[in-house]
Ligand binder design. Structure first.
Ligand code: PMP
Ligand code: GLN
Length: 364
């Protein structure tokens, strides 16, 4: 969709990335570490400075201190963290349960590992899990459950009770949880982000994944990490060692400085994005599009059923070509048919971009 947006000179609210730059301080720290010669291989698991900064942040937010040496692994974006976790844990014939709509990189990794995806379709507008259905989808072959909160693409967020419900269903089964929490700092829910790291039992079975791309507006820097108990980390590091081996040294050092010295950046991120969410929502108030409430991420779902009978894929093409706004159709995140007229808009954009897009969408 980004390529199509470019081709038609459309405002690109499709692929999720900011159209503004990350913090000046972060860029300066990167230049500094490059100039100081921090340009050789980092340790396989990540630089100590970054792992320690992550451990401190985790303690501050979730009241749990992972061991910086054995529990934290720095990866090439969250994408690599998700891949190494799946590759390490899933073998041929193992079943992996995920909830649709689901982010696109889980299923291919499971397939490559020879595993079998069991995708449970959730329904708009709330995308709530029916826990009886979930339990019905577990079997003796279930190895892993993949969860994602705040959720891309539905923009919903789980509560702590949802995590508890999950725990109750898997407690006496040998099942791991892969928790995609890349939007942990972009959560508008009153009770805050429900992290598996806050759940004293779940975290013993879980791999929590995060991404500096989302948190520091630098999706192109490609640095993420995962937090998992030592026994799990040992396994996923075996994959990481021979996949990427280690991640760009000066970038890691700059990120460690940023985490340590500028905590207000991630502490204020939810408010920063909530203002953007509200601006786009208000901009669309007079349109014939219906905005679904967003509890987190930098995406909003929009129902276009009053505007067009086209299916979501055809509508997104039409919207890009004829209205000049690019969006992502929701059905691409689902294995089963998803007949709803819903598209995803990314609001990680400057106010002028959001206003211009809303103006075009109000003409529909
Ligand atoms: N998981 C989700 C839910 C995402 O939205 C993204 C990025 N769009 C990723 C993982 C991948 O993150 P990264 O860019 O750090 O690889
Ligand atoms: N995760 C981003 C999204 O959902 C995009 C990342 C990608 O294009 N792989 O739009």
């Amino acid at each position: 969709m980004s390529a199509l947006a470019q081709q038609h000179n459309a405002i690109n609210l499709s692929q999720g990335f900011p159209d503004f730059d990350g913090p000046e301080y972060l860029k300066q720290r990167l230049a500094y570490h490059v100039s100081q010669g921090a340009n050789q291989y980092a340790p396989m698991t990540g630089t100590a400075a970054l792992r320690e900064a992550i451990a401190a942040k985790t303690e501050l937010i979730y009241g749990y201190t992972p061991d910086a040496t054995s529990d934290i692994t720095i990866t090439a974006g969250a994408t690599e963290a998700l891949y190494i976790a799946i590759t390490a844990l899933v073998g041929p014939g193992d079943e992996v349960v995920a909830f649709d709509p689901s982010y696109d990189c889980y299923a291919p990794a499971v397939q490559l590992a020879g595993g079998v995806m069991k995708r449970i379709q959730l329904q708009p507008p709330e995308f709530k899990v029916d826990w009886a259905t979930f339990a019905d989808n577990l079997s003796d072959r279930t190895k892993l459950v993949v969860i994602n909160t705040p959720h891309n693409p539905s923009a919903t967020a789980w509560s702590h009770d949802d995590l508890e419900q999950l725990w109750l269903r898997i407690a006496d089964r040998p099942i791991f949880v892969l928790s995609d929490e890349v939007y942990e700092h972009i959560c508008f829910a009153k009770e805050g982000h429900a992290s598996v790291l806050r759940h004293s039992q779940l975290r013993q079975r879980a791999i929590a994944v995060s991404s500096f791309g989302k948190t520091f507006h630098m999706t192109g820097w490609r640095v993420g990490y995962c937090v998992a108990p030592a026994a799990i980390s040992v396994e996923l590091r075996k994959v990481h060692q021979y996949l990427t081996f280690s991640i760009t040294t000066p970038v890691q050092l700059a990120l460690a400085d940023m985490l340590r010295e500028q905590p207000q950046h991630w502490q204020n991120l939810s408010a920063f994005y909530q203002a953007k969410r509200d601006r786009l929502t208000q901009g669309l108030a007079k349109s014939r599009l219906k905005v679904l409430p967003g509890a987190g991420t930098y995406f909003l779902l929009v129902d276009y059923s009053e505007v067009s009978d086209l299916n979501d894929v055809a509508f997104c093409h039409w919207l890009t070509e004829h209205v000049g706004v690019a969006a992502i159709p929701m059905s691409v995140f689902c294995a089963a048919s998803f007949p709803h007229k819903l598209i995803r808009l990314c609001f990680a954009k400057q106010e002028a971009t959001l206003d211009a897009a809303a103006e075009r969408l109000c003409q529909l």
